[in-house]
Design a protein around this ligand. Sequence first.
Ligand code: AHR
Length: 632
Amino acid sequence: MKGYPQPSFILIALGIMVVSVFLLWFVNILPLTSYQKVDQEVGKLIGLSQANLSEPWRISMTEEITQQAKQYPDMRVVITDAVDSSERQVDDVRRLLAYGIDLLIISPTDSQVLTPVVTEAYKTIPVIVLDRAVEGYDYTLYIGPDNQLIGRETGRSVSELLGKSGGTVWEIQGRAGSPPTIDRSTGLRQEIERHPGIRLTKTVTADWLRDQAEDALSALLAKSPIPDVIVSQNDAMAYGAILATKKAGISNIKFIGVDGLEGANGGLELVRKGLLTATFICPTGGKEAVNYAWDILEKKPGIPKKIYLRTRKITAETVNTNVDPYASFRHPRSNKEPIRLGFAQVGSESRWRLTNTKSIKDAARDAGIELIFIDGQQKQEKQIEAIRSFIRQKVDIIAFSPIVESGWEPVLQEAKEAGIPVILSDREVDIKDDSLWATFIGSDFLEEGRRAARWLLSYMQQHPTPDGIINIVELQGTVGSAPALDRKRGFETTLAAHKEYRIIRSEIANFYFDQGRDVMKRILETEQNRIDVLFAHNDDMALGAIQSIEAAGLNPGKDIVIVSVDAVKEAFQAMIAGKLNCTVECTPLLGPQLMKVIQDYFDGKELPTRIITSEEVFPAEVARAVLPKRRY
Ligand code: AHR
């Protein structure tokens, strides 16, 4: 029955409020039990919306968050448990917002369902998304495990176990279609493909659940030749498989798992008992989320868009040791001398690169870091020599932007032996031993290629060609470089399902304006009337190509639709002039993030494996409004 509250009820409610405020001041961690907004000054109030508090891995994440929050004098955490219901989690986020939190940390149940409410929250407060990403980019920072790396590591363990003679492997996957399932599986397969003697003969799906894995394996073992190794995407399913093999009286299979949690039948216990040969820690990101929450609320510079965390292997040899497995990835420093950073740049091939160099120099100066800068002049040998000279000079840390992906093992090994950590800036390397570099800071080049293709698909829907066929010319960046390889792949894979999109020419112009102009001129000599679209791996090449298109008597941006990557100011000017249709952002402003990571490292914080910058897509329609705000 509706009516006015009774006086006794008001007294009780007031009592609860007083106690709640008291708790807020004296207890760091609170369960959220009321919808009431917090008016009082409670320092930094973090809302944690947890998908569930029943999975051991999530309990561990929550515990990490609560413990780490205690490291900050001014921080409080309120926690909600969605009990694995997406609808409930949507409601939880709204309750946390109404409660007056300063920042939301959310580990979503379902990426799709949670996306709108995360977008809603992000309109008013910073949001950190943990573990499972949401769709789009409406959040401040994503933190999650590097699942492809975890998959590759499981594959490496398989090859170590099976050696040259090889053997057969079964894979137990988590929930079909979920990002960790796909990524761990991709990583495992990448590694297995390197070894012709090793064959992946069965893949089973068991939804991350022990019992499901046990049932599936019992059925399979009864009818198939048994494998040498079973790789399970988590330890719980590995345990289910172990139970199934025991029941079947089979004892000679080796098991590899993922998660590495303490507790009954957790990965660590299974390793101690000799049931698992190895498990790979799947970091929860709780600690990092709190550290970044603090930095975000303190408005520190250099906050990235995505962070992927490091894994580590646990075996019978390491499970009981106190050796710090992350020792090479963090390094508390008592020395008060300025940090000495050796930086080997690619060269000065583009506007992007010039801005990147300036960003690094400015940020080093602002952070009080002594920078020794060497320009590699587009040559890998020069960059290798630069790194060797940094080693001779005994710098504290090295960073470099590798001109190409391969060929770095020997020099990085030398840096490792000299005890100097190496940070990859802007471009990644393709090497087997991930311990040769501490972290990567830069863009997601694959995604940039995909974004260019997605924009093109939607643009061409509005502007169809008369025959429905879309002939594309691609201008590629430096051969063998990460941005050229990945942008190409991202673009091609996104268009693969659309047979009317045809890449008729794909030529190298090395990211240079002049080469973009000259290569396009040559292409136009034979293809002039066939080209509908130009996709250039950077703006400089697109701007060069525009000159040749005009010289050929065509209208760039109209006769040929042009999409490129970088989003430099000159690209915006070309869009305003109607000569370029879209540019996909790739930020060169990596300096502040690089310096932050270096300082974190010397403050003793663990470095993630990959730190990805925040980027957007700019179609011509927004160019005039956006140009005045561009910083490069
Ligand atoms: O590695 C980043 C790429 O290198 C930029 O997109 C390009 O302009 C630069 O030269």
